[in-house]
Design a protein around this ligand. Structure first.
Ligand code: SAM
Length: 250
């Protein structure tokens, strides 16, 4: 039964889904479809219905990471779920792992990592981006993601703890790689994301110099299939190239 957790309120209007993530509390949610007393959620269970004062019905669901991905405020290009999935699968991220991540950006990758790992420490160089990411992470109900403002190139040299997985998504990830092994447990994984071939080559060179093992660079191609009266085929309007993922093992 709900007491004070985050919930996803979902309805549809003219064949479009409208949704809100809110916390069960004594406030009101004002929508185009009327006001919802959030206290009326207390005692409900996921799957129940609540109504606005205008009688519009909303289904109560448990918000999951794909919902937080859609609702998070963005400060730049976040990693896409397909690429996040590859990082999680190829590093075998699990609940015992501690992760070092940079740059935080909107905190999307850090949030997904935090929903699985024991703890995530994420560095972002721009204070204003840290604040947005902090809000996104709070809204996702995560308390195991620690944000630090700083330049990962410098900060990594002063770290006195070790990590199971390190994820890098900054323009200069190649420069950071040389310091990664000092803070990665033996057998731990490095995962980098780079949109361009040139940047990826720099990362690969740095990985060779630092003598990592089991190095692989991959690109994940995602094709949504569209279904219509005319026929069934790969969608002509979806995401093309995003970036390359390089995985290496200490
Ligand atoms: C593409 S965004 C990261 C997106 C993030 N992975 C996500 O999923 O939301 C790159 C971020 O790295 C930050 N950044 C760039 N250089 C950095 C550095 N040396 N140290 C820390 N953060 C850095 C940028 O300010 C930017 O916010």
């Amino acid at each position: 039964m709900l007491t004070d957790e985050l919930v996803l309120l979902k309805t549809s209007h003219r064949d479009k889904v409208r949704e809100f993530i809110v916390k069960v509390c004594d406030d009101q949610l004002h929508t185009d479809f009327g006001i919802i007393e959030l206290s009326s959620l207390r005692g409900k269970v996921f799957g129940d219905i609540v109504s606005s004062h205008k009688g519009k019905e909303f289904t109560v669901q448990c918000p999951k990471m794909p919902d937080h991905f859609r609702h998070a405020k963005r400060t730049g290009a976040p990693l896409m779920p397909k690429d996040i999935g590859m990082i999680i699968a190829y590093t075998g991220l699990c609940k015992n792992d501690t992760v070092l991540d940079a740059g935080t950006g909107s905190g999307i990758l850090a949030m997904y990592l935090g929903s699985i790992a024991k703890r995530v420490v994420s560095y972002e160089i721009r204070e204003e981006f840290v604040e947005v990411a902090r809000m996104n992470i709070k809204n996702a109900g995560l308390d195991n993601v620690e944000l630090r403002c700083g330049d990962i190139v410098e900060e990594i040299k002063g770290l006195d703890e070790k990590f199971d997985v390190i994820t890098l998504d900054t323009q200069n990830s190649g420069v950071v790689v040389s310091a990664v092994k000092d803070v990665l447990y033996p057998g731990g994984f490095l995962a980098t994301y780079s949109p361009f071939f040139e940047q990826t080559k720099e990362i690969r060179n740095a990985i060779s110099m630092a003598r990592f093992n089991d190095v692989v660079t991959i690109e994940c191609m995602e094709r949504e299939i569209s279904f219509s009266e005319r026929g069934t085929r790969p969608s002509t309007s979806k995401v093309g190239h995003t970036g390359f993922i390089t995985i290496a093992r200490a």
